[in-house]
Design a protein around this ligand. Structure first.
Ligand code: 5RP
Length: 223
């Protein structure tokens, strides 16, 4: 099976976690796009969605699914999202699609995080994928130096020759060369650095379940 087919497989499998009559939390990325496509088949059974990006909002609305502001909803039963990496404890690196801040917000208001990913995303230790960090632009150079002290090499994410601007009007640093052996402690430490909006380690908002697309079908990991 191709990677695209594996994404379709887990996108469809995630439907079983959507609670009829409720609002579902929806992440961002190519795997989530498959989930949104599958959600079309049960859109009349749900109240709507809270979305983690302008991109997902557009896709949901195109299918006629109502998108609620996260401030309108106290708690969601489930949040479905992809990951750039996931370890054996459900901790993840996210933000490859630059939506990490809103993803962490929606994950935090959800009782359950169902991660959908193809098997290439499962790693023993987080850090092979360069860690995305959303930052306030005036702190960029200082933060690059801070990450260097941890052994990381941070670069500003660019798009069309300009620094990429997130849905929140901020920039993204991608940090290569880190080995994140204690994700909880790492997330706590970096989140406190002035100028960091969101670090792409999801350890406090880790996955409860991961639907992993493999050649043999969907493997369900519970954490
Ligand atoms: C976006 C994300 C995505 O979940 C992550 O990048 C995985 O994306 P894809 O499903 O396209 O591989 O964190 O900010």
């Amino acid at each position: 099976m191709t990677q695209d087919e594996l994404k379709t497989l887990v996108g469809r499998a995630a439907l079983q976690y959507v609670v009829p009559g409720e609002i579902v939390g929806v992440g961002t990325g190519s795997t989530v796009n498959k989930f949104i496509d599958a959600l079309d088949t049960m859109k009349d059974k749900i109240k709507g969605a809270v979305s983690s990006s302008e991109m997902s909002t557009k896709r949901l609305r195109a299918l006629g699914i109502a998108v609620f502001d996260s401030n309108e909803v106290t708690e969601l039963s489930v949040y479905i999202d992809g990951a750039d990496e996931i370890d054996g404890h459900g901790c993840m690196i996210k933000g490859g699609g630059a939506a990490l801040t809103r993803e962490k917000i929606v994950a935090a208001q959800s009782r359950r995080f169902v991660c959908i990913a193809d098997e290439s995303k499962l790693v023993p230790t987080l850090g092979i994928f360069p860690l995305p960090v959303e930052v306030i632009p005036m702190a960029t150079q200082r933060l690059i130096r801070q990450f260097a002290k941890l052994g990381g090499s941070a670069t500003l994410r660019m798009q069309d020759g300009q620094p990429l601007v997130t849905d929140n009007g901020q920039h993204i640093l991608d940090v290569a060369g880190l080995q994140i052996s204690d994700p909880l402690a790492f997330e706590l430490q970096v989140s406190q650095w002035p100028g960091v909006v969101t670090v792409g380690v999801f350890a406090h908002q880790k996955a409860s379940i991961c639907l992993l697309g493999t050649a043999g079908g969907v493997r369900t990991l519970e954490f």
